[in-house]
Design a protein around this ligand. Structure first.
Ligand SMILES: Cc1ncc(COP(=O)(O)O)c(C=O)c1O
Length: 451
């Protein structure tokens, strides 16, 4: 009987972050200044980020040493377990081997603390006393609240309004760690007030919440802004996941044919998949699949262009897969996947054919999450259900084709704060949102003229 779990000791936490930049098949396009539309220099980011993180944003070094104080905190829950989903395999009757990395065991319940701890550490070292951020599902806000608490900093979280009311206990969780959390758009910022005046009933979006958090940071001297996904340094910090998975797959005597992660801004997918890029570049037949919601199909229906990271056009422009910064996704329960853009690194690898993208509607994802919960016992976050859904689909395809595929996916977060969503699913009150083509077309018409 194969093992259910493959574990590493605390001494085996990766000591370096893996930077995919030297392994890219094409050069990255530089971020552009939102005012001049010229390449943005490090000085343009200094108003909201500490120097060390800006350096990581632009570095071409392959390996970056993880500071000891960061490792010390990561040891609270890392290395995370790699599971073999033996019961799911049996339930599906598939010849495929299914493995998953469990990031839901972190104190905040997802992969997000991997970067929150690093970001809080570098900001604290630079003398910053307070961090602001946005959060969709509340996972990132919780992670930053935890990290600020660890390093004795204040934390201010703008939470997308529809998620704020869908998940009231996420806010309480942030407050347990001493953070403040308000629904976005709020009346605390100019950006928020403007949007509320235009549409008081708006469900909010990550793009709006980012505008509020950035405005708060640039208008307070002791305050910096912290982003939970999308940027190169955030993806870098998540690569501990894939590096551990590589070592654990060796322990299991297996090697994946398919690596799967759900995609909001791309950091969870990148964290697992990027450390496998060198194997793929060396010729291994390996599929890296990024999964997104059909209601917010950034990679599968968006275009590759320069766009703002936020709704109000305050951030630098990034070359990325985007639905347009004006696009407000429907209020699906996978709040962490409701972002109009995609990490430039993931977008580039997608456009170069290294990464595949697929999208799934929410009902099919909930169905897969329940199949998984009833087989493996673990109840996943609605975001994670997209990765589960893809893993189940690939395992069933392997069954149809009679092939012994090895599938690895990232269980990016548990769903213990998402019972209202599951409740609605059971009551038949959840629906699939149509792909909002007209809205996306409208948003794409407002792309900045920089491409
Ligand atoms: C549980 C969970 N999984 C995945 C994601 C998407 O993360 P990323 O932005 O890293 O793609 C989120 C975002 O909040 C999340 O909460």
């Amino acid at each position: 009987m194969p093992d259910n779990r493959y574990l590493l000791s605390e001494r085996e936490i990766p000591k370096f972050w893996y930077n995919v930049v030297p392994d890219l098949p094409a050069p990255m396009s530089p971020p552009l200044h939102p005012g001049t539309l010229q390449p943005a220099g490090p000085q343009d980011l200094e108003a909201i980020f500490p120097h060390a993180l800006i350096e990581q944003e632009v570095t071409a070094a392959q390996n970056i040493r993880i500071p000891e104080p960061v490792l010390e905190v990561l040891r609270m829950w890392r290395p995370t377990p790699l599971h073999r989903a033996l019961r799911l395999e049996k339930a599906l009757g598939t010849p495929a081997k299914i493995f998953f990395k469990n990031e839901g065991v972190s104190p905040a319940g997802s992969h997000k603390p991997n970067t929150a701890i690093a970001q809080a550490y570098y900001n604290k070292a630079a003398g910053i006393k307070r961090l602001t951020t946005e959060t969709g599902a509340g996972q990132w806000g919780s992670a930053l609240a935890l990290a600020c608490n660890v390093f004795g900093m204040e934390c201010m979280v703008y939470m997308v309004k529809c998620s704020f009311y869908q998940k009231p206990h996420r806010r309480t969780m942030m407050e347990c760690w001493g953070a403040k959390c308000v629904p976005s758009p709020s009346d605390l910022t100019q950006a928020g007030r403007k949007i509320l005046a235009e549409d008081p009933e708006t469900p909010g979006s990550l793009g709006i919440a980012i505008s509020e958090a950035v405005e708060d940071a640039v208008t307070h001297q002791d305050t910096n802004y912290s982003l939970g996904s999308v940027l190169n340094h955030v993806l870098l910090h998540q690569t501990v996941i894939g590096q551990e998975a590589l070592a654990q797959m060796k322990l299991a005597g297996a090697s994946p044919d398919i690596v799967i992660g759900c995609c909001g801004g791309g950091s969870n997918f990148a964290g697992l998949a990027f450390p496998f890029v060198p194997e793929k570049a060396a010729g291994k037949n390996l599929r890296l699949i990024a999964v997104e919601p059909a209601a917010c199909p950034t990679m599968t229906k968006g275009i590759y262009a320069y766009d703002f990271g936020d709704k109000s056009g305050m951030t630098p422009l990034l070359k990325m897969d985007t639905l347009g910064h004006d696009f407000i996704p429907p209020g699906i329960h996978a709040g962490g996947l409701r972002y109009h853009g995609m990490a430039p690194l993931v977008s580039l690898l997608h456009r170069e054919g290294v990464v595949e993208a697929v999208s799934y509607p929410q009902l099919k994802c909930f169905e897969a999450a329940l199949t998984f919960a009833r087989a493996e016992g673990l109840i996943v976050a609605p975001e994670t259900s997209h990765a589960v859904c893809c893993a189940v689909d690939e395992a069933l395809k392997a069954k149809e084709e009679g092939k012994e595929k090895t599938i690895l996916f990232n269980l990016s977060g548990h769903g213990h704060f998402d019972m209202a969503a599951y409740e609605k699913y059971f009551a038949g009150e959840l629906s699939d949102y149509e792909y909002p083509e007209a809205k996306i077309r409208e948003a794409l018409a407002h792309l900045p003229k920089a491409s």
